[in-house]
Design a protein around this ligand. Structure first.
Ligand code: ZN
Length: 157
């Protein structure tokens, strides 16, 4: 059984970076390999976000996961971002997150116009150093190397 909610609250509060009510509250102590915060109370290790939910509500359903509404932010311990749900809901959230991350990359300017790709390739072929080209065009060095090698097809026509 879980310790008393008041004790739990007392133990976890110093490790939670409490920000604005809508912001994420990061766990500042150690985290599990999966990224969730963890804490030991009376020789038992618990997930920090699970305890945060428990301390805020005073009870927890042992059969349910504590999931995040701020998807992907596993160390977050803001009770307003935590809800109890099934593992299945958690998995659905993870899929949604992956789509989100992919979409974010897609819009983060990783695609360049064909003109930029060509310019990198031509200047590199002409003997100009790739870092100089990257600096000049304001694109990431790794991307410039890809374009110079003609390896990337990530450009819009
Ligand atoms: Zn959060």
């Amino acid at each position: 059984m879980l310790p008393d909610p008041a004790l739990v609250k007392e133990r976890i509060t110093p490790y939670i970076d409490q920000r604005g009510p809508d912001e994420c509250w990061p766990w500042t102590a150690s985290c599990c390999p999966g990224g969730y915060g963890k804490i030991k109370i009376k020789q038992k290790t618990y997930s920090a976000h699970r305890l945060a939910h428990y301390a805020a509500h005073g009870w927890i359903d042992a059969n349910l996961n504590v999931n995040h509404t701020c998807i992907g932010n596993r160390p977050c311990c803001n009770p307003a971002h935590l809800y109890q749900g099934t593992q299945r809901q958690n998995i659905l959230d993870m899929h949604a997150q992956r789509r989100w991350v992919y979409g974010e990359n897609h819009h983060a300017g990783k695609r360049h116009s064909y003109a930029v790709v060509t310019a990198v390739r031509e200047r590199a072929t002409a003997g100009e150093s790739v870092p100089a080209i990257a600096r000049d065009l304001g694109i990431p060095l790794g991307t410039a190397y890809d374009y110079a090698r003609g390896r990337s097809r990530k450009y819009a026509a």
